[in-house]
Design a protein around this ligand. Structure first.
Ligand code: AMP
Length: 630
């Protein structure tokens, strides 16, 4: 195949021919007429004139060769259920769900919001949307009614697909009351709600609006629903992500470009092969779940393992903390994908668990979502005896931007670095205020991407091209480049190191949260006058949110702290709950009134707060320093 460096060069210097070749990895109903239309930068339109369908590529096209092979393996240590669907069975289930959605009025281009736990029906729903050309908007099941309501309002779905409940660590979490509350809060009301009933929590159905999946699926047991051939540039889905403002952005993805990007990534980056099993421990509510639980493995003809449950000990049905490895042995997993945070949780257990099962099928473990610290990387690599491959990407990119493409050429990994720019991505390090390219090893700058962006990258922000351009492409002066909002450096061998976000986004257990969203919820508390939320380094979760609040009456208490924490958990979800709420008399700000979040964060982490010449009232920061020291 040649060297990786030749492969990379071609992907950027001869991008159209390179991607035209990759496009052959998927089925097209009509082949693309134009590989790339970059006539309106920064928008890149891939495989223009081609028509295809994600569900066809993930399911139908495999029927001829592998209809009886496992496609979707669902394991829940929460309910004790374990079931495998062959491609043939998955095809039948997806058609039943597609027919149900059509019966409820969902059409091509309509949004279907999916708020579900990690169960087979969530995958059926996503693939069913793709099949009929509806746009799915999956919202992470751990989000609470406030977050859900803002997403329902923005997506304006025709149908919402949900379930009675999820379960975590044996604790049942009812989804339906959260959904009902979210619909009540939202100005947009979906016409119909389709519900999976797992028998975990009682549900009250709203007559005329709510329907049970099993009733509709029974009515449509044998209904044939053909795949709708979509334009390559037609929307497949939106997924919400946090930024610097309180309002989440709907990252919008196309159909053909995404299918090709994923189809290419499985052999080149992940080294997966048809007939094998891919196990990604993320959640379908995140981009990693979209790409590597659902679409990527299935497009490549691999079985995908959907696991509901914790990786650690603690349940009657889960005899030991080696559950992941038991699954690797049982289903002969060859490629596994997880997050550093999950590995740090495993590290607390007996390392012998890593040796208890036969892991000979496993070729590599991929980790993404947050920086992989060296001790964690080493511990798991030595414990498993397989390569551990860090990969850096974002909701916006859809697939990895920086990693090691061992499927193209085996190259060394370096601890602490996700690796080299992947084919298709023109990754630069730029000076944050001059926009100058920093080419010397060790120079710190903003990690940026020059257009045209490769297939799979977001098309735009849902219904907001202006926000897409203004947010991502205008932050570096005089240059139209995409900012990742991450700091980075490159070493003498060209390996990148990611040094944290340049904006107010924090990363809790590999999940991205906007501190502004949390601040908005806390400011809504009647006793709170003002608040700053920062991300503080945490040994287990990477970062946790810590709040500094000024109360209206100047009084703080443990009860109020608890009340504020609960308010955030209720409105946004447990992930966003601050680890601490400190009460202070004033917040450090610049003379122009801008909150000095980064200085607060530095103080919380015992670092030098940096240049404070613009600070209005230095005592406010000193008080925080004393509070943290105490
Ligand atoms: P999300 O959009 O939720 O996937 O979050 C993307 C952000 O997570 C990136 O902008 C980085 O800040 C961080 N991130 C993801 N993968 C890595 C990685 N391998 N190393 C360091 N940071 C990462």
């Amino acid at each position: 195949m040649g060297t990786y460096s030749d492969f990379y060069r071609r992907s950027v210097d001869d991008a159209e021919n390179f991607w035209a070749e990759q496009a052959r990895l998927i089925d097209w109903q009509t082949p693309p007429q134009q590989i790339l239309d970059a006539s309106r930068p920064p928008f890149a339109r891939w495989f223009v004139g081609g028509t295809t369908n994600l569900c066809h590529n993930a399911v139908d096209r495999h029927l001829a060769e592998r209809s009886d092979q496992a496609a979707l393996i669902c394991v829940s240590t929460e309910t004790g259920q374990e079931r495998s669907y062959s491609f043939r069975e998955l095809h039948a289930e997806v058609q039943r769900t597609a027919a149900s959605l059509l019966a409820l009025g969902a059409k091509r281009g309509d949004r279907v919001l999916i708020y579900m736990p990690m169960i087979a029906e969530a995958t059926f729903a996503m693939l069913a949307c793709a099949r009929i050309g509806a746009v799915h908007c999956v919202v992470f099941g751990g989000f609470a009614s406030g977050s859900l309501a803002s997403r329902i309002e923005d997506a304006a779905p025709t149908v919402v697909v949900s379930a009675d409940a999820g379960s975590r660590g044996g604790k049942v979490m009812a989804y339906k009351p959260l959904l009902d509350e979210a619909i009540r809060l939202s100005k947009h009301k979906p016409a119909a709600v389709l519900l999976a009933d797992r028998g975990l929590a009682p549900m009250e159905l709203v007559p005329g609006r709510d329907h049970l999946m099993r009733d509709l699926a029974a009515q449509h047991r044998d209904t044939v629903v053909p795949c709708v051939w979509l334009e390559s540039t037609e929307i497949s889905y939106t997924i919400y992500t946090s930024g610097t403002t309180g309002k989440p952005k709907g990252v919008q993805r196309d159909t053909g470009g995404y299918a090709v990007a994923l189809a290419a990534s499985i052999p080149h980056i992940f080294g997966g092969r048809a007939g094998e099993t891919f196990f990604c421990t993320s959640d379908i509510g995140w981009v990693v779940g979209h790409s590597y639980i659902v679409y990527g493995p299935l497009i490549a003809g691999m079985a995908t393992l959907l696991y509901e449950g914790l990786p650690t000990q603690g349940l009657d049905r889960q005899p030991d903390g080696g559950i992941w490895w038991r699954l690797v042995e049982k289903y002969k997993v060859s490629v596994m994908f997880s997050a550093p945070t999950a590995v740090r949780v495993l590290k607390k257990q007996d390392p012998a668990l890593l040796r208890k099962y036969d892991l000979s099928s496993l070729r590599a473990l991929f980790l993404a979502g947050e920086p992989l610290d060296e001790p964690t990387g080493r511990w798991i690599a030595e414990g498993l005896g397989v390569p551990v491959i860090d990969n850096y990407w974002q909701t916006e990119s859809g697939w990895p931007i920086i990693s090691i493409a061992n499927g193209v050429e085996t190259q060394a990994s370096k601890f602490g670095s996700p690796g080299l720019p992947l084919y298709g991505w023109r990754v630069k390090i730029l000076h944050e205020s001059t926009g100058e390219e920093l080419t010397e090893p060790g120079q710190k700058g903003v990690v940026a991407i020059e257009g045209p962006t490769p297939p799979g990258f977001m098309q735009t922000v849902w219904r907001d091209d202006v926000r897409f351009v203004d947010t991502y492409w205008k932050s570096i002066p005089d240059r139209m480049v995409y900012s990742t909002f991450d700091w980075g450096i490159r070493d003498a061998d060209g390996y990148f190191y990611i040094l944290g976000r340049t904006d107010d986004v924090i990363n809790v257990a590999g999940h991205r949260l906007g501190t502004r969203e949390i601040e908005e919820v806390i400011s809504g508390h009647p006793k709170v006058a003002e608040v700053a939320v920062v991300g503080v380094a945490d040994a287990l979760k990477g970062q946790v949110a810590v709040a500094f609040a000024v109360t209206r009456d100047g009084q703080g208490s443990a009860a109020l702290e608890g009340d504020i924490m609960k308010r955030v958990a209720d409105q946004l979800g447990a992930l966003a709950r601050p680890a601490r709420v400190h009460f202070v008399g004033a917040l450090p700000k610049t003379r122009s009134g801008k909150l000095l979040r980064r200085a607060i964060q530095a103080v919380c982490e015992g670092r030098d707060p940096g240049d404070l010449t613009t600070i209005d009232d230095p005592t406010s920061l000193r008080k925080i320093q004393q509070l943290i020291a105490a």
